[in-house]
Structure formats: structure tokens, C-alpha cells
Ligand binder design. Structure first.
Ligand code: M6R
Length: 360
């Protein structure tokens, strides 16, 4: 079943090129348009604002999507689904509430969409499972086509969620603002290249030796800005989930508002660069370098300034930021996997966790 891989997680990390291929297939037309089956141009014209509800890794994909929607001028809020009911945001019949949920069965996410429906919002599920509760409860559904994910740690579903949310962003933004984004063509080209770019990362990644050096530390911090911020959060979540070591993700700009007090030579910092605001993140890297923390940079293979500043550099193919975040995340998935493997952890079934969280 694992086809020669030691764990389902590693198999699923390696399935990402094929999963992304399926996520995009037929949805980008040869003339550079987005074709999302049941969502023809104009179908979101009556939407004024977007709210996204999700948990865990899917919440990070939602934060990624918020960044993308904001860049196109779409008012967007993101809620950790467990908090949606506690902080009721105004909704109207012109609010689109998107549930991002791999399984389509996460209790908090389902409760949020039921609440949104009751309050009169339009609902849309972005899910991997056809026939899931989320797909049935929402007014509409878009499927990410990642294929079954057995490992408790979400890997390929995150990448596929981001790819599909990027396509959905193009449809939504055009319908809501009446304009195509200036860089839309570059975004779609980057998406089409993404399966091959992920394959390149998988073929060339050298994280195994790095993992041996960073497996026994006081803490592990992950920082980023723009789309690299949710990738930092996701890198930390994956790390703590499967290595059982302490890890935290921060917006790079938050470091000096508190977390910097924790930074020592025994706390490696993983800095994510997606080709947006990289100079500012480099300033933050310099702050941690001067506290003696080892820094692992993940960024474009062409970012010589990043490579020159960090202690170790995990390169990704040079591409649009939309795709760069996904590629950086693949490098971080591999870091977490190899550290957990060296520590002998139960990678596919981490302690205390379940694949699908069906209680609130
Ligand atoms: O099925 P969902 O996408 O709704 O699951 C949400 C979270 O439970 C899930 O993403 C979880 O955080 C991951 N398994 C972590 O790797």
C-alpha cells in the first residue's frame, strides 16, 4: 500500500505533483481563463464579501487564500472554525462563507457553515471528499481531487487546497471587482508549472542531513510574511505534530514584539521567503542571527541575498509567490518528516491526534 515508502506521509508528500496536476486539470483553459465547472463567469457577481472557516492545516490554507483575495481587493475574513460562533461577524445574503475542509467532516467547520446558512449567507465547501457532510450541507462545493490522504498529517491536501483556492480567487475577484488581476496570467502559468516545480524540490531536496542537526533543540521557530506567513504557521504545526518537539510559527514582523526573547543559539529559526516582502523578512533574520540563532532559509534558488544571510538554504524553483509558498511548504514538510523519522516517532498516527476531528 505504501509503495516502498516507509510511511504514508512520505508517500503523500511525493504524490503532490500528481495531486496538483489533478487539482488544476481542465480548470485552466488554453487561452488563460479559469474554468471551475459549476462556477461560470458571473456566478459570484452578487457576492460582496467573503468569510472563510477552517481548522488546523486547512485554516492555514484559508489564511493563504485571504492573502490572495486581499491582493485582488476582495474583502475577506478568516476564522478558526472553533471561534466562528464566538465572534459573530456580520453576514448578509451577499456574504459567501467558504468552508475549507479536507475531510468535509470536521465538527467545528460543519457547525460554522450551519450557523452561516441559518444567518442567511451563501455557503461553499472546498473539500477533498465527494459526498462528505460539508459538500452536502453547503450550497455548492469545489473538489480539490487530492486523492485519499491516510497520514494524519495533512500534506498533499494543503497544496491542493491552495491551488484550488487560487483558481477560485480568480473567479471570485473577477466577478466581485469586475476586473482581472494584472498578474493573472503569470499566476495561472505558475500553477501549471507547479507540479513539475514540486517534483524538482522532491528530487533535489537535501533536508536529511539538516534534520540530523536540528532534531534536538529547545524550540523551533518559523517566520514569514504575506503568503509565507501561513506557510510558517503550517511548517510549525507539522513540526510539532509529528516530531513532538516544540515549534511555533509567527508573522515575521511579530518577532520583536515578544517571541525574540525566546531566541537563542539553541532555537533554530526557519525563515520562509516567497518572493514578497523578502527584504523585510531578511531584516528580521538579521535580528535573530545577531542573537546567535541558526537560521534555515527557504526561498527562490535565485535569491542570492537570502542564501548569503542564512546558515542553511533550502532552495525552491523561482516562480510567482502564489506557487512559491507551496514549494517552500514542501521543503518544510520534508524537514518535519525527516526529524520525526530520526526521532522514531509514530509519523502516520501521531499520539493524541485523529485524522478527522468529529467533536467540537
Ligand atoms: O479535514 P479538515 O481539513 O477539516 O481537518 C482540519 C484539521 O483537523 C487538519 O487540517 C489537521 O490540522 C491536520 N491533520 C494537521 O496535519
Amino acid at each position: 500500500e505504501r509503495h516502498g515508502f516507509d510511511h504514508y506521509m512520505l508517500k503523500e508528500i511525493h504524490e503532490q505533483p500528481a495531486a496538483l496536476e489533478r487539482a488544476i486539470r481542465g480548470r485552466v483553459t488554453p487561452d488563460g481563463d479559469v474554468d471551475l465547472e459549476a462556477f461560470p463567469p458571473g456566478c459570484f457577481s452578487d457576492v460582496d464579501d467573503v468569510q472563510i472557516v477552517a481548522c488546523g492545516t486547512s485554516y492555514h490554507a484559508a489564511l493563504y487564500a485571504r492573502q490572495l483575495l486581499a491582493e485582488r481587493g476582495v474583502p475577506t475574513q478568516v476564522f478558526s472554525a472553533g471561534e466562528y460562533a464566538t465572534t459573530p461577524a456580520p453576514v448578509s445574503e451577499h456574504t459567501l462563507v467558504i468552508a475549507v475542509t479536507q475531510s468535509g467532516e470536521t465538527a467545528d467547520t460543519l457547525a460554522s457553515i450551519r450557523l452561516a446558512s441559518e444567518r442567511g449567507a451563501r455557503t461553499l465547501a472546498v473539500t477533498n471528499v465527494v459526498g462528505s457532510t460539508a459538500a452536502r450541507v453547503c450550497d455548492d462545493a469545489v473538489f480539490i481531487r487530492a486523492g485519499p490522504e491516510i497520514g494524519v498529517a495533512a500534506t498533499k491536501t494543503f497544496s491542493s487546497q491552495v491551488a484550488v483556492l487560487t483558481l477560485l480567487r480568480e473567479r471570485l475577484a473577477e466577478d466581485i471587482t469586475g476586473q482581472r488581476g494584472a498578474d493573472r496570467e503569470r499566476v495561472l502559468r505558475a500553477l501549471e508549472r507547479l507540479p513539475g516545480d514540486v517534483q524538482q524540490v522532491l528530487d533535489q531536496s537535501s533536508v536529511e542531513s539538516l534534520a540530523a542537526r536540528y532534531r534536538d533543540r529547545d524550540g523551533h521557530f518559523f517566520i514569514g510574511r504575506g503568503v509565507a506567513f501561513p506557510v510558517a504557521l503550517e511548517g510549525a504545526l507539522k513540526f510539532k505534530e509529528i516530531t513532538y518537539e516544540h515549534a511555533e510559527g509567527f508573522a515575521a514582523g511579530e518577532l520583536k514584539h515578544g517571541p525574540l526573547a525566546l531566541v537563542t543559539p539553541d532555537t533554530p529559526v526557519f525563515a520562509v521567503f516567497a518572493g514578497q516582502y523578502d527584504d523585510k523578512t531578511l531584516n528580521n533574520v538579521e535580528e535573530v542571527v545577531s542573537r546567535g540563532a541558526p537560521v534555515v532559509g527557504v526561498g527562490s534558488e535565485e535569491s542570492t541575498d537570502v542564501a548569503a544571510t542564512v546558515d542553511e538554504f533550502l532552495p525552491i524553483p523561482d516562480t510567482h509567490p502564489v506557487a512559491a509558498g507551496v514549494l517552500a511548504n514542501v521543503q518544510l514538510q520534508l524537514v518535519s518528516y525527516h526529524v520525526a523519522d530520526l526521532l522514531g516517532r509514530s509519523i502516520d498516527k501521531p499520539r493524541n491526534l485523529a485524522k478527522s476531528v468529529t467533536v467540537e
